[in-house]
Design a protein around this ligand. Sequence first.
Ligand code: PMP
Length: 412
Amino acid sequence: MAVKTPIYLDNAATTRCDPRVVEAMLPYFSEKFGNAGSRNHRFGWDAEDGIETAREQAAKLIGADAKEVIFTSGATESNNLAVKGAAEIYAKAPAGQQGRGHIITCTIEHKAVLDPCKRLQREGFDVTFLEPPADGVITAEMVRAAMRPDTILVSIMWANNEIGTINEVPEIGRLCHEKGVIFHTDGTQWVGKMPTDVERDCIDLLSWSGHKMYGPKGVGALYVRRRKPRVRLEALIDGGGQERGMRSGTQNVTGIVGFGKACELCMAEMEHDRERLLKLRRRLEDGLSGRMEVVQVNGHRDRRLPHISNISFGFVEGESLMMGIKEIACSSGSACTSASLEPSYVLKGLGVGDELAHSSLRLSFGRWTTEEEVDFAVESIAKAVEHLRKLSPLYDLYKEGVDLSTIEWQHH
Ligand code: PMP
């Protein structure tokens, strides 16, 4: 069967909204258009009912109580609220002073955690940015070694969005509870794909997003633990006091209803989706490594999400590779910052060299990815790489058995 191109292998960037989610949202654009804050008429009650159902669906997906779920505009906001909101409340000294407390995070977090941490650093907090080992996994031992008597917050993502590696979250959670430190985890790529239980895993704050799990964009959630310990947060947005005062502003009712439905579907279909995604990932990785040499799958071999594969191809130039596979929608190992193409800070953080980081692809699968599409991707990438390597003098040398690291390059 011929596949329809371009094919979408960028589900870690965003997913298509499930048609069942769209259907659940529709009435809230029309007949149920009320403001959930309108407490004295049917329109308001309908909107509120929609939101409260969604809150239960969201809570169920992560093993929480509905009262512990705060709706936001997405994981960026959830991360900001968690990190800045907790730092402000648990600070050991008033604003404007140094020595406000110690925070632990890592260098390969999403920018939505890194940048709030850097801001806090400028505002008088000490921040430790843990550096991952080559396999990308942050362990509880690494966190334990960085702990100090004044540590107030640990923020370590559940799974990395570029390489899919899974950190030791339950172990880190237990460590934090033992030490009385608040633990936040960015679960954007994890929740909805993998079983999640905030009780079992000792999580105090958990961020996730609608558009990574077949829900709409512009809506996310933050789990905020209410007992053992009761976690408090300083709000970032003040106003009408919605979402228990932690996130003012008229709620995005349609988005929230869609978010809830997406959570419900993920809960019901997780096992099935997970098996399928894992098979697709293996098919891709085996397919590519069977077709060519000098391919490297980045991140831990096994401790990885089923839907993300990050692969480096030696002896090809990254931009040319992307140009050669125009029919495949995926991400490159470079982030376009300003005019220059900088290699991904995540790959660099693992010690992948600039050259290889440049010639890396992140391919990510979703609920509608088919085996035919994966086969098509393997074929296109293999052809593009073969073609580019034919033009590479370095590859010729490599084939002749020359150890490239011993070559003395002449500089003029
Ligand atoms: N954290 C992670 C790990 C992500 O992958 C993303 C999305 N790229 C975000 C946070 C930001 O999520 P949102 O788009 O919902 O703001």
